[in-house]
Design a protein around this ligand. Structure first.
Ligand SMILES: [Zn+2]
Length: 230
């Protein structure tokens, strides 16, 4: 982490702390807690990675429960996974589960899984900064990536992510809702640079196995997003 990013993160965290302290006092005090426009660079939105490497990216969200079969499959195959886990579940399952994965990074998916599209910049910033603070406390490493719940976001989301020290907002190019691997656009196979969205739910153990098989057929290897979004 660069000095500038640390400074930005601390500044934003302090601003968020002030914002939460001001709740219940006056609207005016709350207004002063908004991050200054342009004080931090806006995050960049990415849905896939432009790369010549034959890689794709497995991302898994939420994290209330992780089945033994999914945990074993990830560990046995040493699959690099980018996890967007809520702090509450990361904390509850850290010791038995999340801390045991060999190649996993823990990123930001808000603190309370709120849909961000209609929230003010201040509220979005508070959600994101608080989640980063908690994930850092639990995992020992500050999130660098942010994924909005449901993919719902706006321009303020890019500002809030930047203010909380995350240079990238990450959506996906392959959905797996309902257990169906569904690349965006008119194609049925996986391609290099794809960002694949799964969830920590029982049915996605089978989806993960299917995704790994499809990657193999396409000559792709899983990689960590952080290695391609420095
Ligand atoms: Zn989610």
């Amino acid at each position: 982490m660069t000095t500038r990013r640390v400074t930005t993160y601390i500044a934003a965290a302090v601003i968020c702390g002030l914002a939460s302290l001001s709740i219940g006092h006056t609207a005016r005090a709350s207004d002063t807690a908004l991050p200054l426009p342009g004080a931090s660079p806006k995050a960049r939105l990415v849905s896939r990675i432009d790369t010549k490497d034959r890689v794709a990216f497995i991302t898994i969200d939420d994290g209330r429960s992780v089945t033994d079969s999914m945990a074993d499959f990830i560990k046995d195959n040493k699959i690099p996974v980018t996890s967007f886990v809520l702090p509450e579940w990361l904390k509850k399952l850290w010791e038995p589960t999340y801390s045991t994965f060999p190649k996993m990074t823990f990123e930001n998916h808000t603190n309370t899984h709120r849909r961000l599209g209609r929230l003010s910049l201040e509220k979005q910033t508070r959600e994101l900064c608080e989640a980063s603070r908690l994930v850092t406390k639990i995992a020992g490493d500050a999130p660098r990536l942010f994924r909005p719940p449901g993919g719902v976001m706006n321009n303020n989301t890019l500002k809030a992510a930047g203010a909380c020290g995350m240079p990238y907002v990450v959506k996906w190019s392959v959905d797996t809702a309902g257990g169906v691997v569904n690349p965006v656009g008119a194609r049925t196979t996986l391609q290099r640079g794809d960002i694949i969205l799964l969830h920590y739910i029982p049915q996605d153990t089978a989806v993960l196995k299917q995704v790994m098989q499809m990657m193999k057929e396409a000559g792709l290897k899983p990689a960590l997003l952080r290695d391609y979004l420095p």
